[in-house]
Design a protein around this ligand. Structure first.
Ligand code: UDX
Length: 435
């Protein structure tokens, strides 16, 4: 099938590449010419494991191309995916200006019947909005259908998620249009759900908001555990065995960040309140999440009441492992708070060092965990990269000024760390430090 993807961000680039891998002819469009030039040269604008190899292969085999020429891309495609950015406004509302602009461009260049698919995460009602924009800008009255096909892939495992989805959701007003789109996914083994457009749009927000709720829930349980000396990991395990609950997304720690959960939860709160229903549960989810970084800093303060001149080694800066994405990363808030107290921060992240330099200019960027820990008064584990689990802790201990670990993601086993001679503090697992 001939497909056009508008927007080469995370969702657009991965979706386009995976459709090409599945045998379709895909043209990816972006208005940023530097990005298109990079992609044409086989260079990725984002770090995503496995992506480069797949892009290069499909490009070389002629199924994947990149362009800034939206007219040509629309004219040559039967199905057009809108995968543009939907950033948040200050009040939580989703800014749909890129979606609207894309819809207008598509309408302008239509040369026959088209299926227009919203893959960007967009609030309920956007399908109708796109429909109206296309209708107003479609002078030749070509037939078209607007479909919602939300994407559930995660950064860091995007290719795997796109090829092995938990479900495929297609919201369409006509079943035959949904079936046409389904042909694209025919070779994937996944449950398929065909709904109306509004329901598909809500499924995406409801899913992300529910996962965020699980995270804030377990973090509130972690707070209780800290007060009574219980272990939140044991609690999550005990809860997770109940099939109705499940163990995933019950990892207590510094809370959620990234480009999706923070904005999607706030957008759903905004949508709900616009309909006259205050979503107080979700407001509490946001509040709980926003307290996680300061809770961690308070824990460090309890051990180091005077931070002036203290040196902290920060391991992990990206909002989660396997990405260089710093959007809403907890590291930013934590490091800024420590620097405000007069501390110095030395940091290491396996991938996100470049991205960090621009955001946190006062941080000393190190080439390894060991270099970051050299002379440090404490090590702060912020992002649970796998390689941090296998550090040579004898070497780390020798390098540090004082062997103290604050583990914001419960990566390490407390008993083992203490046996090795570390003072060790984590989230919701035992004692609060004393100065
Ligand atoms: C999320 C959704 O999972 C995905 O379906 C959607 O398409 C986009 O948003 P992503 O933001 O890439 O994906 O990362 P995810 O793995 O879901 O983690 C989000 C945040 O939650 C991270 O900051 C992570 O550290 C945090 N998290 C996750 C926890 O704090 N605890 C957990 O148990 C799980």
């Amino acid at each position: 099938m001939n497909i056009c993807i508008i927007g080469t961000g995370y969702v657009g680039l991965v979706t386009g590449t995976v459709f090409a891998e599945l045998g379709n002819d895909v043209i990816c469009v972006d208005k940023l010419s530097e990005k298109i030039a990079m992609l044409e040269n086989g260079k990725m604008p984002i770090y995503e494991p496995g992506l480069e190899e797949l892009v290069v292969r499909n490009r070389n085999e002629g199924r994947l191309s990149f362009t800034t020429d939206i007219k040509n891309a629309v004219e040559n495609s039967e199905i057009i995916f809108i995968c543009v950015n939907t950033p948040p406004k200050d009040d939580g509302e989703t800014d749909l200006s890129f979606v609207k602009a894309a819809a207008k461009e598509v309408a302008k260049h239509m040369n026959g019947d088209k299926i227009i698919v919203n893959k960007s995460t967009v609030p309920v009602g956007t399908g109708d909005l796109v429909h109206n924009i296309v209708s107003e800008n479609n002078p030749n009255n070509y037939d078209y259908h607007v479909v919602s096909n939300p994407e559930f892939l995660r950064e860091g495992s995007a290719i795997h998620d796109a090829l092995n989805p938990d479900r495929i959701v297609i919201g369409a007003s006509k079943r035959q249009v949904a079936f046409r789109l389904l042909e694209l996914y025919a070779s994937l083994e996944a449950p398929i759900l065909i709904t109306d457009v509004n329901s598909a749009e809500i499924i995406k927000y409801a899913s992300n908001a529910f996962l965020a709720t699980k995270i804030s829930f377990i973090n509130s349980i972690a707070d209780i555990c800290e007060k009574v000396g219980a272990d939140v990991e044991q609690v999550a395990k005990g809860m997770g065995h109940d099939q109705r609950i499940g163990r995933s997304f019950l990892n207590a720690g510094l809370g959620y960040g990234g480009s999706c959960f923070p904005k999607d939860v706030k957008s759903l709160i905004h949508t709900s309140s616009g309909l006259g229903n205050e979503f107080s549960l979700l407001k509490n989810v946001v509040d709980t999440n926003e307290r996680r970084a300061s809770h961690f800093v308070d824990m460090i303060k309890a051990r180091f009441p005077d931070m002036k001149g203290k040196v902290f080694a920060v391991l992990g800066l990206a909002f989660k492992p396997n990405t260089d994405d710093m959007r809403e990363a907890k590291s930013i808030e934590i490091i800024e708070a420590l620097e405000k107290e007069g501390a110095t921060v030395k940091a290491f992240d396996p991938i996100a060092m470049e991205a960090t330099k621009a955001i946190l200019p006062d941080v000393t960027c190190c080439n390894s965990s060991y270099e970051a820990c050299e002379g440090a008064d404490a090590m702060l584990l912020i992002t649970e990269w796998r390689e941090f689990k296998f550090l040579n802790l004898e070497k780390i201990k020798e390098a540090m000024n004082i062997p103290v670990i604050f583990d914001g993601r419960n990566l390490y086993d407390p008993a083992r760390k203490r046996r090795l001679g570390f003072e060790y503090y984590s989230m919701g697992r035992g004692e609060w430090p004393k100065s």
